[in-house]
Write a protein that binds this ligand. Structure first.
Ligand code: HEM
Length: 188
């Protein structure tokens, strides 16, 4: 049943998030042309995801799957792996709906990572960067754990709307980070 025809309160939060962000995902996917044609595009994707994951860590906090993604990206980019931040430094625990919206987008990106890993492995010969991020992210349990948290989230109508707004905020942050990395790579 389409989310649009059912009162939002009755739709599982995951389905509401997916319906509200489908256009943002399609735009982001189109911006990445569905994958990588060469090592330069792959390097720009890694740099863009590294910036997006840092933004997600600032909102969600130092959850192990996300810190693992940050560290794998640093390794693939040949950057120093930053020391872990104190467990819940400066994270606004009060804003659980915002954290849930960002977590949905960041954890959901591991689904596309499975598709992109095939691309990166196909390009392997010409790559200057590793594929540990795509391999660990696509093989991890971030997504089922995120879905379980969404199922257990006891949000009222206002909190569900805030989670949807935050998911759109996160998609826009990912799109901006990937576009910035792409234009910097093209300018180099
Ligand atoms: C070329 C790049 C990408 C491809 C090919 C791609 C592909 C996919 C695919 C195949 C799915 C599963 C769809 C389904 O089961 O219904 C998916 C889901 C998702 N992707 Fe992407 N993706 C890409 C980039 C991204 C990025 C960069 C992000 C976020 C930063 C993202 C966030 C999500 C989310 C949140 C979902 C979960 C949708 C849901 O089932 O609720 N994707 N993606």
């Amino acid at each position: 049943m389409e989310a649009a025809t059912v009162a939002p309160a009755q739709v599982p939060l995951h389905h509401l998030l997916r319906a509200r962000t489908a256009a943002a995902h399609a735009r982001l996917d189109a911006g990445l042309d569905g994958g990588f044609r060469d090592a330069r595009e792959y390097a720009a994707y890694l740099a863009g995801m590294a910036a997006f994951v840092d933004a997600a860590l600032a909102v969600i906090g130092e959850e192990d799957w996300l810190a693992g993604a940050r560290d794998a990206l640093a390794r693939d980019l040949g950057r120093p792996v930053p020391p872990p931040a104190p467990r819940d430094a400066a994270v606004d625990r009060g804003d659980e709906p915002r954290r849930a919206g960002w977590r949905y987008v960041a954890a959901g990106s591991c689904l596309g990572a499975r598709v992109l890993l095939r691309d990166a492995r196909r390009l392997h010969a010409g790559l200057a960067h590793g594929t540990s991020f795509l391999a660990t992210f696509s093989g991890g349990d971030a997504w089922p754990r995120c879905l379980a948290l969404l199922r257990d989230a006891d949000f009222d109508a206002g909190a569900r709307e805030r989670a949807c707004d935050a998911a759109l905020e996160a998609f826009h942050a990912a799109e901006a980070a990937l576009n910035r990395a792409k234009s910097e790579s093209n300018a180099a």
